[in-house]
Design a protein around this ligand. Structure first.
Ligand code: SF4
Ligand code: SF4
Length: 385
């Protein structure tokens, strides 16, 4: 039996849905969509589900994740119903619906929660430094032979190795929290999609193994994006994704290798990774911010408040990272230490909020949606044989 919740259409407006009620179901959007195929015909179907309030069917659908928001459907819609934007709003809604804690919904729909949580976690980070890792007041002896600041020596009475170890433990605790929430939300996504569809078609275990390559391939290449938005936009997105993933891995898993006392030559892999990630992230932030400010093209016409929070947090993290690097290599002791703490006070809340509960989670949900879609479709094909 199809369950309908009439107030759903109003609710989706809080997640950024606009003008979708104007849709008269002509199907133009599906016909022009470069990613819609016979097995997955969107966005028309999702507009219908939204207007009718078919919440459970939306939650069981992977379609919103299969759209990479090129905007072709919106620019050709005869009713200006903005189908591309409803797909975006549904991705935000689905992120919230997978999250069992309810925090994601609050971050998306309440400014107080969205900004307050980031500020609160940032203050906690600063207080942790103030109480447990306070700066040494005397900068004497804190400059290396190469003229750079001894980055791991700003706590009085604590040697460099112990300092890096302490920060590394903090990183691992943060990564464990992120992983716990993200994985449990992914499990919820799996229940809503694969298990719910299992009433119609059961997925054999061998298919899970056979189709697993989809996860790695689509996470690593984001190839569907290039079919939708063209090569240059795909490249920009890929630079951001790869730079961010590299930095996250280096900071959490290889911190002693990355945060060394010695300043390596410019061509050293440690510095190269940092510059590569900074370049990719900064380029994407600038292009997207300018496009959003100018509202250029269908995909930048509407910006949800969380789109701006994401861009601003990413920008502040990158800016403080660049400043930290400059202060450090030019031997500015106190500026280096203060910027180090400010950098972490922006980075940590961004990761804790954005990765499991908000924008960054799409990096996990998109390849998983492709994987789950293949599982369900291929299991259905096997059943027919
Ligand atoms: S969103 Fe526009 S193009 Fe798509 S079915 Fe509705 S009216 Fe037609
Ligand atoms: S935004 Fe592009 S990919 Fe998404 S539904 Fe519309 S046409 Fe398809």
């Amino acid at each position: 039996m199809v369950k309908i919740r009439p107030e759903f259409a109003d609710e989706i407006k809080k997640f950024g849905g606009v003008d979708f009620n104007a849709c008269y179901n002509c199907g133009n959007c599906t016909a022009v969509c470069p990613l819609s195929v016979t097995d997955n015909t969107f966005p028309r179907r999702l507009l219908r589900y939204t207007v009718l309030g078919m919440e459970e069917d939306i939650q069981a659908s992977t379609d919103p994740w299969l759209c990479y928001y090129c905007g072709d459907c919106s620019s050709t819609c005869p009713r200006q119903a903005n189908p591309g934007e409803i797909m975006m709003a549904l991705r935000r809604y689905l992120t919230a619906s997978y999250d069992w804690t309810g925090l994601s919904r609050k971050f998306y729909t309440s400014k107080k929660w969205g900004i307050g949580s980031l500020v609160l976690i940032g203050i906690v980070v600063i207080l942790l430094f103030a109480f447990f890792l306070p700066f040494t007041a005397d900068p004497a002896g804190l400059i290396n032979e190469d003229g750079g600041v001894k980055i791991n020596h700003f706590v009085k009475g604590m040697d460099g190795e112990t300092f890096v170890k302490t920060i590394e433990i903090g990183d691992l605790v943060m990564a464990a929290i992120i992983t716990f929430f993200l994985v449990s939300n992914i499990f919820n996504m799996y229940l809503k999609i694969v298990i719910r569809n299992a009433k119609k078609v059961k997925v054999p275990f061998s298919l899970y193994v056979k189709e697993a390559w989809n996860l790695f391939y689509h996470f690593g290449t984001q190839m569907r994006f290039s079919k939708c938005e063209g090569k240059s936009y795909w490249l920009l997105h890929w630079l951001l994704m790869s730079g961010y993933t590299l930095m996250f891995t280096v900071i959490v898993v290889f911190l002693p290798w990355f945060q060394t006392e010695k300043i390596h030559p410019i061509y050293h892999p440690q510095r190269f990774i940092g510059y590569y990630a900074t370049f990719g992230i900064l380029l994407a932030i600038i292009v997207w911010s300018v496009n959003r400010l100018r509202k250029s093209g269908e995909i930048h016409k509407y910006s949800h408040k969380t789109d701006w929070v994401f861009l601003i947090m990413l920008f502040l993290t990158t800016l403080t990272g660049i400043m930290l690097h400059i202060f450090r290599i030019t031997g500015m002791v106190h500026f280096t230490y203060y910027t180090y703490v400010i950098h972490l006070a922006i980075l940590v809340p961004m990761l804790l909020v954005e990765v499991p509960f908000s924008k960054w989670s799409h990096l996990a949900y998109r390849p998983l949606a492709i994987y789950f879609t293949n599982l369900v479709n291929k299991a259905a094909a096997l059943k027919k044989k």
